[in-house]
Design a protein around this ligand. Structure first.
Ligand code: URA
Length: 318
Protein backbone atom coordinates (compact mmCIF):
# COMPACT_ATOMS: atom_id res chain seq x y z
CA UNK A 1 0.00 0.00 0.00
CA UNK A 2 1.21 3.50 -0.79
CA UNK A 3 2.31 5.51 2.20
CA UNK A 4 0.33 8.67 2.84
CA UNK A 5 1.62 11.87 4.29
CA UNK A 6 0.60 12.08 7.87
CA UNK A 7 -0.79 15.55 7.24
CA UNK A 8 -2.87 14.45 4.28
CA UNK A 9 -6.61 14.84 4.59
CA UNK A 10 -9.12 12.16 3.65
CA UNK A 11 -10.15 11.97 -0.01
CA UNK A 12 -13.14 14.00 -1.21
CA UNK A 13 -16.59 12.50 -1.07
CA UNK A 14 -17.70 11.06 -4.42
CA UNK A 15 -19.09 13.75 -6.66
CA UNK A 16 -17.48 16.59 -4.76
CA UNK A 17 -14.59 17.32 -7.11
CA UNK A 18 -15.72 18.77 -10.37
CA UNK A 19 -12.84 17.66 -12.59
CA UNK A 20 -14.22 15.56 -15.42
CA UNK A 21 -11.33 13.63 -16.85
CA UNK A 22 -13.68 11.33 -18.69
CA UNK A 23 -15.08 13.99 -20.98
CA UNK A 24 -13.38 14.41 -24.27
CA UNK A 25 -13.51 17.62 -26.21
CA UNK A 26 -11.04 19.77 -28.07
CA UNK A 27 -7.59 19.97 -26.55
CA UNK A 28 -7.12 23.14 -24.52
CA UNK A 29 -4.88 25.57 -26.16
CA UNK A 30 -1.20 25.98 -25.60
CA UNK A 31 0.03 27.03 -22.21
CA UNK A 32 2.52 29.82 -21.97
CA UNK A 33 2.37 31.84 -18.84
CA UNK A 34 4.96 34.19 -20.17
CA UNK A 35 2.92 35.12 -23.21
CA UNK A 36 0.82 37.68 -21.43
CA UNK A 37 3.02 38.40 -18.50
CA UNK A 38 5.99 40.52 -19.46
CA UNK A 39 5.68 44.24 -19.59
CA UNK A 40 8.20 44.42 -22.40
CA UNK A 41 7.00 43.10 -25.72
CA UNK A 42 9.46 40.59 -27.02
CA UNK A 43 9.56 40.56 -30.77
CA UNK A 44 10.75 38.14 -33.37
CA UNK A 45 14.03 39.47 -34.66
CA UNK A 46 13.84 42.35 -32.21
CA UNK A 47 11.79 44.56 -34.51
CA UNK A 48 8.39 46.09 -34.06
CA UNK A 49 6.30 48.87 -35.44
CA UNK A 50 6.76 52.15 -33.64
CA UNK A 51 3.78 52.88 -31.44
CA UNK A 52 1.51 55.67 -32.58
CA UNK A 53 1.13 58.73 -30.40
CA UNK A 54 -2.50 59.65 -31.15
CA UNK A 55 -5.21 59.32 -33.75
CA UNK A 56 -6.01 55.89 -35.17
CA UNK A 57 -3.13 53.92 -33.72
CA UNK A 58 -3.23 50.80 -35.80
CA UNK A 59 -3.38 52.63 -39.10
CA UNK A 60 -0.66 55.06 -38.18
CA UNK A 61 1.63 52.28 -37.07
CA UNK A 62 1.25 50.56 -40.42
CA UNK A 63 2.74 53.54 -42.16
CA UNK A 64 5.61 53.92 -39.68
CA UNK A 65 8.94 53.87 -41.51
CA UNK A 66 11.32 53.14 -38.73
CA UNK A 67 11.66 49.67 -37.29
CA UNK A 68 13.38 50.87 -34.12
CA UNK A 69 11.67 49.46 -31.06
CA UNK A 70 10.07 52.06 -28.84
CA UNK A 71 8.30 51.60 -25.57
CA UNK A 72 4.93 53.28 -25.18
CA UNK A 73 4.75 55.86 -22.41
CA UNK A 74 3.29 54.54 -19.18
CA UNK A 75 -0.25 55.86 -19.72
CA UNK A 76 -0.46 54.16 -23.11
CA UNK A 77 1.27 50.97 -22.10
CA UNK A 78 -1.87 49.50 -20.58
CA UNK A 79 -3.90 49.98 -23.78
CA UNK A 80 -1.32 49.48 -26.50
CA UNK A 81 -0.37 45.92 -27.30
CA UNK A 82 1.13 44.33 -30.36
CA UNK A 83 -1.53 42.47 -32.33
CA UNK A 84 -0.20 39.05 -31.38
CA UNK A 85 -0.55 39.94 -27.70
CA UNK A 86 -4.08 41.28 -28.03
CA UNK A 87 -5.59 37.83 -28.43
CA UNK A 88 -3.57 36.27 -25.63
CA UNK A 89 -4.35 39.22 -23.35
CA UNK A 90 -8.04 38.73 -24.02
CA UNK A 91 -7.69 35.05 -23.22
CA UNK A 92 -8.66 33.90 -26.71
CA UNK A 93 -5.57 31.86 -27.53
CA UNK A 94 -1.85 31.66 -26.96
CA UNK A 95 0.55 34.13 -28.49
CA UNK A 96 2.04 31.41 -30.68
CA UNK A 97 -1.38 30.62 -32.07
CA UNK A 98 -2.28 34.24 -32.60
CA UNK A 99 0.90 34.70 -34.64
CA UNK A 100 -0.11 31.81 -36.84
CA UNK A 101 -3.62 33.18 -37.28
CA UNK A 102 -2.25 36.63 -38.12
CA UNK A 103 0.07 35.17 -40.72
CA UNK A 104 -2.91 33.28 -42.20
CA UNK A 105 -4.68 36.64 -42.68
CA UNK A 106 -7.50 35.85 -40.25
CA UNK A 107 -7.14 39.04 -38.21
CA UNK A 108 -8.54 42.43 -39.10
CA UNK A 109 -7.86 45.72 -37.38
CA UNK A 110 -10.35 48.46 -38.12
CA UNK A 111 -11.65 46.54 -41.13
CA UNK A 112 -8.25 45.83 -42.71
CA UNK A 113 -6.45 42.52 -42.69
CA UNK A 114 -3.18 42.84 -40.80
CA UNK A 115 -0.49 40.22 -41.29
CA UNK A 116 2.10 41.80 -39.06
CA UNK A 117 2.08 40.38 -35.50
CA UNK A 118 4.09 43.41 -34.29
CA UNK A 119 1.35 45.83 -35.29
CA UNK A 120 0.45 48.11 -32.39
CA UNK A 121 -3.19 48.00 -31.42
CA UNK A 122 -5.04 50.25 -29.01
CA UNK A 123 -7.17 47.80 -27.08
CA UNK A 124 -9.69 50.51 -26.15
CA UNK A 125 -10.10 52.09 -29.54
CA UNK A 126 -9.15 49.73 -32.36
CA UNK A 127 -11.66 47.18 -33.62
CA UNK A 128 -10.09 43.74 -33.86
CA UNK A 129 -11.88 40.91 -35.66
CA UNK A 130 -11.03 37.24 -36.09
CA UNK A 131 -12.50 35.57 -39.18
CA UNK A 132 -14.75 38.60 -39.56
CA UNK A 133 -16.15 38.39 -36.01
CA UNK A 134 -15.32 41.02 -33.38
CA UNK A 135 -12.93 39.72 -30.76
CA UNK A 136 -14.12 40.09 -27.21
CA UNK A 137 -12.47 39.20 -23.96
CA UNK A 138 -13.06 35.57 -22.98
CA UNK A 139 -14.57 35.00 -19.61
CA UNK A 140 -11.80 34.57 -17.08
CA UNK A 141 -11.26 31.05 -15.87
CA UNK A 142 -9.54 30.04 -12.64
CA UNK A 143 -9.02 26.42 -11.68
CA UNK A 144 -7.05 24.41 -9.21
CA UNK A 145 -5.65 21.06 -10.30
CA UNK A 146 -4.13 18.38 -8.14
CA UNK A 147 -1.27 17.52 -10.46
CA UNK A 148 -0.04 13.97 -10.23
CA UNK A 149 3.63 13.06 -10.46
CA UNK A 150 4.62 12.15 -14.03
CA UNK A 151 2.69 14.94 -15.77
CA UNK A 152 4.43 17.85 -17.48
CA UNK A 153 3.09 21.37 -17.11
CA UNK A 154 4.00 22.19 -20.73
CA UNK A 155 1.46 21.88 -23.54
CA UNK A 156 3.30 19.35 -25.63
CA UNK A 157 6.28 17.11 -25.19
CA UNK A 158 8.56 15.92 -28.00
CA UNK A 159 8.89 12.64 -26.09
CA UNK A 160 5.13 12.18 -25.93
CA UNK A 161 4.88 12.20 -22.15
CA UNK A 162 1.63 13.04 -20.40
CA UNK A 163 0.85 16.68 -19.73
CA UNK A 164 -1.64 18.46 -17.49
CA UNK A 165 -3.73 19.07 -20.62
CA UNK A 166 -4.53 15.38 -20.63
CA UNK A 167 -6.30 16.06 -17.33
CA UNK A 168 -8.06 19.19 -18.60
CA UNK A 169 -9.58 17.71 -21.73
CA UNK A 170 -13.10 18.79 -20.91
CA UNK A 171 -12.13 22.47 -20.97
CA UNK A 172 -12.74 24.25 -24.25
CA UNK A 173 -10.88 27.40 -23.27
CA UNK A 174 -7.31 28.42 -23.66
CA UNK A 175 -5.71 28.10 -20.24
CA UNK A 176 -2.19 27.90 -18.93
CA UNK A 177 -0.55 26.86 -15.68
CA UNK A 178 0.36 29.52 -13.15
CA UNK A 179 4.08 28.85 -12.90
CA UNK A 180 5.32 25.32 -13.24
CA UNK A 181 5.83 22.18 -11.25
CA UNK A 182 8.53 19.64 -12.08
CA UNK A 183 7.57 16.38 -13.74
CA UNK A 184 8.03 14.57 -10.43
CA UNK A 185 6.28 17.16 -8.26
CA UNK A 186 2.63 16.68 -7.44
CA UNK A 187 0.02 18.87 -5.82
CA UNK A 188 -1.60 22.25 -6.16
CA UNK A 189 -1.37 23.88 -9.57
CA UNK A 190 -3.44 26.91 -10.53
CA UNK A 191 -4.64 27.09 -14.13
CA UNK A 192 -6.11 30.20 -15.72
CA UNK A 193 -6.42 32.37 -18.83
CA UNK A 194 -5.82 35.54 -16.82
CA UNK A 195 -2.23 36.57 -17.38
CA UNK A 196 -2.34 39.39 -14.83
CA UNK A 197 -3.56 37.02 -12.15
CA UNK A 198 -0.78 34.56 -13.07
CA UNK A 199 1.78 37.32 -12.99
CA UNK A 200 0.67 38.34 -9.51
CA UNK A 201 1.05 34.80 -8.16
CA UNK A 202 4.37 34.02 -9.84
CA UNK A 203 6.24 37.29 -9.60
CA UNK A 204 8.90 36.96 -6.88
CA UNK A 205 8.31 40.64 -6.07
CA UNK A 206 4.93 39.78 -4.62
CA UNK A 207 6.27 37.21 -2.16
CA UNK A 208 3.29 34.89 -2.58
CA UNK A 209 4.00 31.91 -0.33
CA UNK A 210 4.12 28.39 -1.78
CA UNK A 211 4.21 25.51 0.69
CA UNK A 212 5.60 22.05 -0.06
CA UNK A 213 5.83 18.76 1.75
CA UNK A 214 9.23 17.22 1.23
CA UNK A 215 10.62 13.76 1.80
CA UNK A 216 14.37 14.03 2.15
CA UNK A 217 16.63 11.08 1.27
CA UNK A 218 18.54 11.54 4.54
CA UNK A 219 17.82 12.56 8.08
CA UNK A 220 18.31 16.29 8.38
CA UNK A 221 19.68 17.87 11.54
CA UNK A 222 18.23 20.91 13.27
CA UNK A 223 21.25 22.84 12.00
CA UNK A 224 20.42 21.86 8.41
CA UNK A 225 16.81 22.96 8.88
CA UNK A 226 18.13 26.25 10.22
CA UNK A 227 20.23 26.65 7.06
CA UNK A 228 17.12 26.09 4.94
CA UNK A 229 15.34 28.72 7.00
CA UNK A 230 18.11 31.30 6.84
CA UNK A 231 18.88 30.90 3.13
CA UNK A 232 20.94 28.57 0.97
CA UNK A 233 23.58 29.80 -1.43
CA UNK A 234 22.55 28.47 -4.86
CA UNK A 235 24.22 29.20 -8.17
CA UNK A 236 21.58 31.88 -8.83
CA UNK A 237 22.09 33.50 -5.43
CA UNK A 238 21.06 33.21 -1.81
CA UNK A 239 17.52 31.98 -1.25
CA UNK A 240 15.16 34.13 0.77
CA UNK A 241 14.38 33.15 4.34
CA UNK A 242 11.94 30.25 4.33
CA UNK A 243 9.59 28.77 6.89
CA UNK A 244 10.62 25.22 7.65
CA UNK A 245 8.91 22.73 9.94
CA UNK A 246 9.99 19.21 10.69
CA UNK A 247 6.89 17.07 10.19
CA UNK A 248 8.50 13.84 11.40
CA UNK A 249 11.54 11.65 11.08
CA UNK A 250 11.40 8.02 10.11
CA UNK A 251 14.40 5.76 10.63
CA UNK A 252 16.04 6.99 7.42
CA UNK A 253 14.16 10.00 6.17
CA UNK A 254 13.14 13.46 7.29
CA UNK A 255 9.70 14.72 6.24
CA UNK A 256 9.42 18.48 6.34
CA UNK A 257 7.20 21.33 5.29
CA UNK A 258 8.82 24.31 3.61
CA UNK A 259 7.29 27.61 2.57
CA UNK A 260 9.13 29.73 0.03
CA UNK A 261 8.22 33.00 -1.64
CA UNK A 262 10.37 32.98 -4.76
CA UNK A 263 9.65 29.99 -6.97
CA UNK A 264 12.97 29.69 -8.76
CA UNK A 265 13.48 26.74 -11.06
CA UNK A 266 13.69 23.48 -9.03
CA UNK A 267 14.25 25.60 -5.97
CA UNK A 268 13.28 23.16 -3.24
CA UNK A 269 15.17 20.30 -4.86
CA UNK A 270 18.28 22.46 -5.23
CA UNK A 271 18.07 23.69 -1.64
CA UNK A 272 18.03 20.12 -0.37
CA UNK A 273 20.78 19.10 -2.78
CA UNK A 274 22.97 21.85 -1.31
CA UNK A 275 22.67 20.01 2.02
CA UNK A 276 23.68 16.69 0.48
CA UNK A 277 20.10 15.35 0.34
CA UNK A 278 17.89 14.32 -2.54
CA UNK A 279 14.18 15.13 -2.61
CA UNK A 280 12.39 11.79 -2.86
CA UNK A 281 8.91 13.25 -2.86
CA UNK A 282 7.66 16.80 -3.36
CA UNK A 283 4.05 17.88 -2.99
CA UNK A 284 2.79 21.45 -3.19
CA UNK A 285 0.03 21.83 -0.62
CA UNK A 286 -0.73 25.53 -0.72
CA UNK A 287 -0.35 28.77 -2.61
CA UNK A 288 -0.91 31.83 -0.43
CA UNK A 289 -3.98 31.04 1.67
CA UNK A 290 -5.30 28.44 -0.81
CA UNK A 291 -4.83 24.82 0.24
CA UNK A 292 -5.13 21.72 -1.92
CA UNK A 293 -7.60 20.38 0.64
CA UNK A 294 -9.53 17.28 -0.35
CA UNK A 295 -9.16 17.62 -4.12
CA UNK A 296 -8.20 14.20 -5.42
CA UNK A 297 -5.09 13.52 -7.44
CA UNK A 298 -5.64 14.25 -11.14
CA UNK A 299 -8.85 16.19 -10.47
CA UNK A 300 -9.56 19.87 -10.90
CA UNK A 301 -12.23 22.28 -9.75
CA UNK A 302 -13.02 25.93 -10.43
CA UNK A 303 -11.90 28.41 -7.80
CA UNK A 304 -14.67 30.26 -6.02
CA UNK A 305 -14.89 34.03 -6.56
CA UNK A 306 -13.74 34.45 -2.97
CA UNK A 307 -10.67 32.27 -3.54
CA UNK A 308 -9.77 34.30 -6.64
CA UNK A 309 -10.21 37.57 -4.76
CA UNK A 310 -8.06 36.44 -1.85
CA UNK A 311 -5.33 35.14 -4.18
CA UNK A 312 -5.26 38.44 -6.03
CA UNK A 313 -4.26 40.08 -2.77
CA UNK A 314 -1.97 37.32 -1.55
CA UNK A 315 1.65 38.09 -0.77
CA UNK A 316 3.27 41.24 0.39
CA UNK A 317 5.13 44.01 -1.35
CA UNK A 318 8.68 44.46 -0.06
N1 URA B 1 10.59 23.37 -6.15
C1 URA B 1 11.08 22.34 -6.87
O1 URA B 1 12.24 21.96 -6.69
N2 URA B 1 10.29 21.75 -7.77
C2 URA B 1 9.00 22.11 -7.96
O2 URA B 1 8.32 21.51 -8.80
C3 URA B 1 8.51 23.16 -7.20
C4 URA B 1 9.33 23.78 -6.30
Amino acid sequence: MKKRWRTERPPAKPGKATGKPGQDTAKPKRADVRSGAPRQDRTRGGQAKPYPSKGAPAERAQTGRTAIRQTPPADQERRLKTLDRVLSKLGVCSRTESREWIEQGRLEVNGRIVRDPEQWVDMDRDRVALDGKPVRAEQKTYLMLNKPKGYLTSYTDPEGRKTIYDLLKSLDQWVFPVGRLDLDTSGLLLVTNDSEFAEHITSPENHVAKTYLVKSSILLSDEQLRQLRDGIELKDGLTRPAQVRRVRDSEKYTFLEITITEGRNRQVRRMLEALGAVVLKLVRVSIGPLRIGTLQMGQWRPLTPDEVRVLRHAGAKH
